[in-house]
Write a protein that binds this ligand. Structure first.
Ligand code: CP
Length: 399
């Protein structure tokens, strides 16, 4: 019987390392090992002298069942990356992030002979650099395409008579782009004029529908998941052990109308994590319940900041939730919402966070962003880690 277990164990290890990754097979193997684990376990009390061995075998099969179940779920989910739930298990993803931070090239083999295409419809510094670095950590070749610099101007609407300045339609451009790569990252900001178009992610979803390749958001109309994951990694690294941190997401003024992608994702990821989230903003700036759920909203900024461990500042334009006609508009430029030492004084010596780029002395004072409690640089550096974990997961799912 012992040799039988060893034989099955070796077969399963070969199966796991082969990367063949057939979902149905994995399910069957997972069920098989889940069944073997309790069969081994009853022998533990038999006093046969094989207790230790049986215990090890029981643990071994239980572990295999869990691994294969997780692998199957990952395969199913990680064809796209837009929401926290796409990672399935946030705690596991945080552990992977810590592992990758120690050993960035551990999974370099995964991207061999594969190419990532990063498509930018909008400007970027951090996302552009960190995603390229992450892709190279994983052995991927990288192509970066700035759609508005050197490519043909793209039409994104269907049914349009293309007699204007747009030379190519997204419906042809996407499959052509996809023919040169294995995985696609897309940055496409909200237009802020048509809420329905933005909140149904019309451009990102065309890539998902027409590329036939795994697609991840590098900040799309409603979400910036790579940023939110990096923010969560940073909070995990700086939180006081044994304390559930109070995290405050605060609106701050800005001269231009900005999308809601960053605060949407930040709220979504904090709700999925082990933190107490409080959101504060002037009335009219209520975020979409799809992202903010039933998070505590406090309209008094000073009260929201009391005893905070982390303060995350961001501007966003009207999300059109409580004021649909004002979608995408600036409702307030009140400078009293700028984060300064005045608000930080009522916190628990909170860390200050912002995704960057940031307008100093509009969103946050020099004093606060330059203080030793500011995490803006470490959170930007963690963009490489969040992107490496996500690309690793997507490459693993490709088999
Ligand atoms: N935070 C962020 O996404 O930065 P970039 O816009 O520079 O990529």
């Amino acid at each position: 019987m012992q040799h039988f277990y060893i034989f099955i164990g070796c077969c399963s290890l070969l199966k796991l390392s082969s990367g063949s990754g057939e979902k149905a097979e994995n399910c069957l193997f997972a069920l098989f090992y889940a069944r073997l684990a309790p069969l081994a376990a009853p022998k533990l009390g038999g006093g046969s002298g094989e207790k230790a061995e049986n215990c090890l075998f029981a643990l071994f099969y239980a572990r295999l069942a869990l691994t294969l179940t997780h692998k199957t779920i990952t395969e199913k989910r990680m064809n796209t990356f837009l929401h926290a739930k796409d990672l399935t298990n946030i705690d596991l993803a945080l552990r992977e992030a810590a592992e990758i931070k120690q050993e960035r090239y551990k999974y370099e083999h995964l991207g061999r002979h594969r190419t990532a295409l990063l498509v930018f419809f909008n400007n970027s510094l951090r996302t552009r650099l960190s995603t390229q670095k992450a892709a190279r950590n994983l052995g991927l070749d990288v192509i970066v395409l700035d759609v508005n610099q050197g490519a043909w101007k793209l039409e994104t609407e269907h049914g349009v008579v293309m007699d204007g300045d747009k030379s190519e339609h997204l419906l042809e451009a996407i499959p052509v782009m996809a023919s040169f790569c294995d995985i696609i990252g897309v940055r496409t900001f909200a237009g802020l004029t048509d809420r329905h178009a933005d909140y149904t992610e019309q451009i990102l979803n065309q890539f998902i529908l027409h590329s036939g390749k795994p697609v991840f958001s590098m900040e799309s109309a409603t979400a910036h998941p790579l940023q939110a994951f990096a923010d969560l990694i940073t909070i995990e690294e700086h939180r006081e052990k044994g304390r559930r941190p109070k995290v405050v997401l605060t609106w701050a003024p800005h001269p231009r109308a900005l999308p809601q992608a960053v605060p949407n994702s930040f709220a979504e990821w904090m709700l999925a994590a082990d933190v107490d989230l409080v959101v504060t903003h002037p009335e009219g700036y209520e975020l979409d319940p799809l992202f903010v759920g039933d998070a505590h909203v406090e309209y008094d900024q000073m009260r929201a900041f009391e005893d905070a461990d982390f303060v995350y500042a961001k501007n966003w334009s009207c999300p059109g939730v409580t004021r649909p006609d004002d979608y995408g508009k600036i409702l307030s430029t009140d400078p009293s919402w700028t984060v300064t030492a005045r608000q930080m004084a009522v916190t628990r010596d909170a860390h200050f966070m912002h995704c960057l780029p940031v307008r100093r002395n509009v969103i946050v004072s020099d004093e606060v962003i330059e203080s030793p409690r500011s995490l803006v640089i470490p959170e930007a550096a963690n963009r490489e880690i969040s992107a490496t974990v996500v690309l690793k997961r997507m490459l693993e799912a490709m088999g």
